[in-house]
Design a protein around this ligand. Structure first.
Ligand SMILES: C[S@@+](CC[C@H](N)C(=O)[O-])C[C@H]1O[C@@H](n2cnc3c(N)ncnc32)[C@H](O)[C@@H]1O
Length: 232
């Protein structure tokens, strides 16, 4: 008897019904996370930028497992990822989150305050490269527990370069949307223009991360793909 081929190795396709079941089979999300996710859904098409609630719960768990004191959240939007990390911080910990726009800050601040974590989250407006460089200057290398990259895809390689030195040994670099709707497998199948260039860039980024000998990286098929890389 032969075992399953590589193509047959157990893999469940997560359609809407499976995803719904999966979400219902988790501990219910923190009420503040649910409220912010609901409020974010009201902003229209942009709402799809937020992490889904099951990923939010997972990120809270990772921050708690690390007993994180310092988390850097690249790409704030309405503040869901920052909130998720803030809920898992060790006492005295903080999240630094940054975005080029403060368009969504009113929503973010209202929900951070309602969750009782506003004093643990610092928002910095401006390009993420500026925030990452400033953190390196202020704190020095090896001072951050977790960096989450979830901003403009074309800059992921730059964020990788800037983030790794910030991480302490055992700290995590996390990158969102690493499957980019599956287009990373075959970037030529994406629409010409930014979508295709982003798929090509993310493909390069994924390969670079997997080959980075400072990190142990795993890519998970949660939502749009999430890579978690542990600093050696
Ligand atoms: C996918 S959304 C972030 C979602 C957020 N992490 C969440 O879970 O709700 C990406 C955000 O990155 C921001 N962004 C785009 N380019 C940026 C840059 N160069 N520096 C910082 N933020 C940027 C966008 O304005 C947008 O709000």
């Amino acid at each position: 008897m032969t075992g399953p081929s590589d193509a047959e190795v157990k893999h469940v396709t997560v359609d809407a019904a499976v995803r719904d079941y999966l979400v219902r089979s988790c501990t219910p999300p923190h009420p503040a996370v649910r409220k912010l996710a609901e409020r974010t859904a009201e902003v229209g098409d942009a709402a799809g930028m937020a992490v889904p609630i099951e990923q939010a719960s997972f990120m809270t768990m990772l921050a708690a497992l690390l007993a994180a004191k310092t988390v850097v959240d690249v790409g704030t939007f309405t503040g869901l990822s920052a909130l998720s990390f803030a809920l898992g911080l060790a006492p005295g910990g903080r999240v630094v989150t940054c975005d080029v726009t403060d368009q969504w800050q009113e929503i973010a601040q209202e929900h951070w305050a309602a969750a009782g974590v506003a004093d643990r989250i610092e928002f910095r407006r401006g390009p993420a490269t500026r925030t990452l460089r400033a953190l390196a200057e202020a704190g020095g290398p090896g001072t951050v527990d977790l960096v989450f990259i979830d901003a403009d895809k074309m800059n992921y390689p730059t964020y990788h370069e800037l983030a790794v030195p910030l991480l302490r040994p055992g700290g995590l670099l996390m990158a969102d949307n690493v499957l980019l709707d599956g287009f990373v497998v075959d970037p030529a199948s994406a629409e010409p223009g930014l979508a295709r260039r982003s798929a090509e860039r993310l493909r390069e980024f994924n390969a670079t991360l997997a080959a980075d000998d400072r990190l142990d990286a795993v890519m998970l098929p949660i939502a749009d793909g999430l890579t978690i890389a542990r600093r050696k």
